[in-house]
Design a protein around this ligand. Structure first.
Ligand code: NAD
Length: 368
């Protein structure tokens, strides 16, 4: 396989600030681990609007479709709040997701032991937690037709339609089984087959894919409401959870918050495999552009750095190096290093954004 290509889209607000730290990490892997990336950088969101009058230039979109992975910072900010809907920074991100057809959204809930106290749950419930929620991202009730608000008699009726085809369920199920094979080899599929026909089809289709292609992976099913309870009761029972767009939206936020701060949460959105076998992929932190702290050196770069770790694992088949990066972050945190968002105890002086990036590079250096 040739040189791996990576398109970096820092975006707005704290996006460019955290991306500077990711560039340090990428450079370290280039110099010390022989991971030679062909990196290009471009504009998205408000930054693209300022330069080109559009939140995503066609040329940038074309680049995104031709690289092995895209890494995005964050988009948006008050400066753009009054723009026409079609020009808002978020439209750039939505266009990327749509045209890359990223149907599988990966949201890990991983608890670094040093931050277990940050969880609202007991330490023993979250310490060592490492689960992955796979949310179907391009279909289901957020997209189904008919939709709208109509008038029936003398009152209005709001309508949305949950709709899934077998092929849409099959491809996201495959994505979940493939992930499980690289992790704990367990998938739990969640729907509401007890009350929804789309849930019945979901369950049957996941079973069919399992029997035909992934019988070596352990599969279980759970109703999504029971799943929500189990996630809060004993989340460590799960490895990979696969679910639809609506339930996944809620369950992934629930699971993510088991582990603490928004500044720590990475994500990936994957599409169909390309010719080289790698999936189309967009990696980004869950947080936004945080205008309240932008430009102050207060942003936590770890969510974006962990998003790069996901790229190493899922796009570049560098699982060992992804483990190294995650372990280095754990080591930095366990020595007490904290950014502003992670301050709990008295008496700790927080690191700046670049201070945290440098500390992680130092921890990487002692890992070899
Ligand atoms: P936000 O995630 O930007 O910020 C929420 C809170 O968390 C803020 O107090 C912020 O300071 C803090 N925070 C977020 N990331 C942090 C980090 N890395 N380190 C330390 N603290 C962090 O959400 P918001 O305030 O609702 O939205 C701000 C802008 O971001 C809006 O324009 C919104 O549309 C946009 N947004 C973009 C994305 C994206 O690009 N994917 C996601 C969410 C929101």
């Amino acid at each position: 396989m040739g040189k791996s290509s990576l398109l970096i889209l820092p975006g707005d607000g704290i996006g460019p600030e955290v991306m500077v730290e990711v560039r340090k990490i990428i450079d370290w892997f280039g110099s010390n681990r022989g991971l030679d990336f062909d990196v290009t950088e471009d504009l998205v969101g408000g930054a693209a609007y300022d330069a080109h009058g559009t939140p995503l230039h066609d040329e940038t979109m074309a680049k995104a479709l031709n690289v092995d992975a895209v890494l995005l910072g964050a988009v948006g900010g008050p400066k753009y709040d009054n723009l026409d809907f079609s020009l808002k920074p978020e439209r750039g991100l939505l266009r990327l997701r749509k045209e890359m057809d990223l149907y599988s959204n990966l949201r890990p809930a991983q608890c670094f032991d040093a931050l277990a106290d940050f969880s609202s749950l007991k330490t023993e419930v979250v310490s060592g937690l490492d689960i992955m929620i796979v949310r179907e991202l391009t279909s289901g009730i957020y997209f189904g037709e008919p939709r709208g608000i109509i008038t029936e008699g003398n009152e209005r009726v709001g309508i949305n339609t949950q709709r899934y085809t077998e092929s849409e369920i099959e491809r996201v199920a495959r994505s979940a089984f493939e992930l499980a094979k690289r992790r704990g080899n367990k998938v739990c599929s969640m729907e509401k087959a007890n009350v929804m026909e789309s849930g019945v089809l979901w369950r049957e289709t996941v079973d069919k894919v399992h029997q035909a292609e992934y019988s070596e992976v352990e599969l279980s099913h759970m109703y999504a409401d029971a799943g929500a309870m189990q996630l809060c009761r004993w989340p460590k029972q799960f490895d990979v959870i696969v679910t639809d767009n609506l339930f996944g939206d809620i369950l992934s936020d629930t699971a993510a918050m088991l582990t603490g701060s928004l500044g720590m949460l990475p994500s990936a959105s994957l599409g169909a495999p390309m010719e080289n076998g790698r999936p189309k992929a967009l990696y980004e932190p869950v947080h936004g552009s945080a205008p309240d702290i932008a430009g102050q050196g207060k942003a936590n770069p770890i969510a974006c750095i962990l998003s790069f770790a996901m790229a190493l694992r899922y796009s570049f088949d560098e699982g060992v190096e992804a483990d190294r990066l995650e372990q280095s972050i754990e080591n930095v945190l366990s020595k007490g290093a904290r950014t502003h968002d992670l301050l709990g105890e008295e008496g700790i002086t927080p690191l700046s954004t670049s201070g945290m990036g440098d500390a992680i590079v130092e921890a990487l250096a002692v890992s070899i």
